[in-house]
Design a protein around this ligand. Sequence first.
Ligand SMILES: [Mg+2]
Length: 306
Amino acid sequence: MCVYIYCRVWNRCCSAQNKMENQDLSKFTIKGDPQSLQNKISQIRMAGPSKLQVIADFDGTLTRYFINGSRGQSSHGLLQQGNPEYDAKRQALYEYYHPLEFSPTVPLEEKTKLMEEWWGKTHGLLIEGGLTYDTIKKSVSNALIAFRDGVVKLFEFLEERDIPVLIFSAGLADIIEEVLRQKVHKSFKNVKIVSNRMVFDKDGHLVSFKGKTIHSLNKNEHALDMAAPLHEHFGDTDGPNYDNASVKNRTNVLLLGDHIGDLGMSDGLKYETRISVGFLNDNIENNLDNYRNAFDIVYLVSGTQT
Ligand SMILES: [Mg+2]
């Protein structure tokens, strides 16, 4: 099973001759109302590629949740600072805050403050611990991280049609870019990373972060606007100009995420038609109903599948 099926789906979306009924969607669980999904596909197909954009979460969505039976690492989790004391300090923060992030008893407002606190402290430790860009490169090359099958084909398919992809992540932009460089060995003119971006001094030491911190619970907060200072282009500079205005004019969205909160990634956009795909990576039995209600299409990931 692979993400490339989206290419096939979208190929058909973009081609009036093809019919939805012919698609092999047997590996997806489609939301209760297939007709509604069909209508959305028709609307997006009619509007054409110039109206479409893709907004995708990174960790656990574009990347594999399991790799050879082990949990894949996240863009934050893979980072080894080259300073064991600081790696341990960040791990201690993870152990304290991670259960709070998923606690059913902590109110959302309080949880949001906790997440700001966690991200702030973690970023502070990265600066204090003297993170360098070379360390990022080394961490990525040693990391257990891989794209899902088909992601590269999907990006290529979209690039050929000048359809932008916004990777929207509470992780670290610089690491996501390095993962693209090392695991895909190419850049895409149409792919932009909206995530926490580091500022390095001339010696390659991290000195600060740009813009507002994006954490796991504010990916819905005027998403595109707050990311404005982070909209640096990854890839060739002579490609199409995907500034905020042009992205906002693309009012049809294919949204990919692995948490229900990822649906908020399109909140900064007055979209006309959105098709959402949820990757249900874990605890499938307990989460399936919620995912089916929240997403148009749910992709089930079990065990060692990609
Ligand atoms: Mg994710």
